[in-house]
Design a protein around this ligand. Structure first.
Ligand code: PPS
Ligand code: ADP
Length: 349
């Protein structure tokens, strides 16, 4: 019914070249009262070129937010916030501000999935400083932080590419278990996972990445109730980002795994995008699993006693982590640690 709909702020989340602008432009054409506000267009408008505009992000986003809230003043407005929006913290600020200004606004985080290799390829069609360099695309992919309902949005919409082969899954449906999803990555996405018994090269793990994931899966099967979808998904996907981030970090040349939990959470969210309906998965349970993957390194910090009670509480509030989720995260960290074989410390002679 016209006139009774809530105004909507749709925060697009995606790496450069993922297709955010294309989606928003299409919606602008077909849906009434729909408006797209683009950070890149604002940069061009204010500074003439993107490279110059990129030097002034603070001002660009200050004006961007003002424009977005102005557009939202119209009743029934649907506003697309077209920027990469990779940071959960920034999206949370936007969410809080939208809620503070309007009692009847629905904030949606729409993730636009894209294989970073495809995004790189798409840059070659762009001219001059419109083309985003490859290393920036890779960094964006590694830093895409998954959304969370009630932290940065009221609802999550998943769109774009599927990194898992639906045809294969339908064909093998009878044998399919949630753990096996991992092995149905498409030919284009599989190389990014690098699951070929790659060594960890880390003091925490002498076992390979694959062996570790398998061990965590098997232990999860022993320890969790058969119907605990969330735990099985978290176990299967928690370290899937390691292959991609390995050697791509600041200390190039030595293996380290900064942001692997964010990449793993993104990959699990993509699997839910592909199979959620097909496997009749419960959306809330799935999103809980995504948050477990996203927060599993923090869980290790807490388990190791590195965080004060006050810091833990603050983190719980910031990310809407219930006491129950915290308990599950700590239980998972215990399994994760149990399945790791660290390098033996040299004892005294
Ligand atoms: N609110 C706010 N204030 C200041 N700076 C911000 C803000 N939001 C995003 N950013 C920074 O903008 C960069 C990403 O811009 P876009 O999302 O427009 O992406 S892109 O330029 O189209 O690729 C990216 O900059 P770099 O991190 O230097 O790449 C973001 O960190
Ligand atoms: N679903 C799609 N299939 C094929 N090409 C697409 C699709 N979505 C976008 N593209 C193309 O990819 C390029 C980047 O899309 P764009 O919407 O500008 O991405 P973003 O706004 O995320 O940077 C454009 O050339 C666009 O035509």
């Amino acid at each position: 019914m016209r006139g009774s709909r809530m105004r909507q702020l749709i925060i697009l989340i995606g790496i450069s070249g993922s297709g955010k602008s294309t989606i928003a432009k299409e919606q602008e054409k077909v849906k009434q009262n729909t408006k797209r506000i683009s950070s890149d267009e604002l940069r061009l408008q204010l500074y003439g070129t993107l490279s110059e505009g990129n030097q002034h992000n603070a001002r660009v986003f200050e004006i961007m937010n003002k424009t977005v809230f102005k557009e939202l003043e119209e009743k029934d407005a649907i506003v697309y916030y077209d920027a990469t929006n990779l940071s959960r913290k920034r999206r949370a600020h936007l969410y809080q501000e939208a809620k503070r200004r309007f009692t009847d606004v629905k904030v949606i985080c729409q993730v636009v999935f894209c294989n970073p290799e495809l995004a790189k390829l798409r840059q070659t069609y762009r001219i001059g400083d419109e083309a985003v360099p490859n290393d920036v695309i890779e960094r964006q992919f590694m830093n895409l932080q998954v959304p969370r309902v009630s932290v940065d949005c009221d609802d999550i919409v998943l769109s774009g590419e599927c990194w898992f082969d639906k045809g294969e899954v339908i064909a093998h449906r009878v044998r399919l278990t949630l753990r096996a999803l991992v092995y149905y990555a498409t030919d284009a996405f599989k190389p990014l996972l690098k699951l070929n018994y790659a060594p960890h090269e880390s003091k925490w793990h002498t076992e390979s990445i694959d062996v570790h994931i398998l061990a965590v899966n098997n232990t999860a099967v022993q320890r969790y109730e058969a119907k605990d979808t969330s735990s099985f998904l978290a176990a299967a996907f928690h370290d899937l980002g390691k292959g991609y981030v390995k050697n791509r970090g600041i200390n190039f040349g030595t293996s380290h795994y900064l942001t692997h939990e964010a990449v793993g959470a993104q990959i699990l969210l993509n699997a839910i995008h592909c199979f959620g309906d097909l496997l009749e998965l419960d959306k809330e349970e799935c999103l809980e699993a995504v948050e477990r993957v996203y927060q599993h390194m923090i869980a290790h910090q807490i388990r190791n006693g590195n965080w004060s009670e006050k810091t833990i509480k603050k983190w719980q509030v910031k990310h809407d982590i219930s006491d129950e989720l915290l308990i599950n995260l700590l239980k998972f960290a215990e399994i994760d640690a149990l399945c790791s074989i660290p390098v033996k410390e040299e004892g005294p002679a």
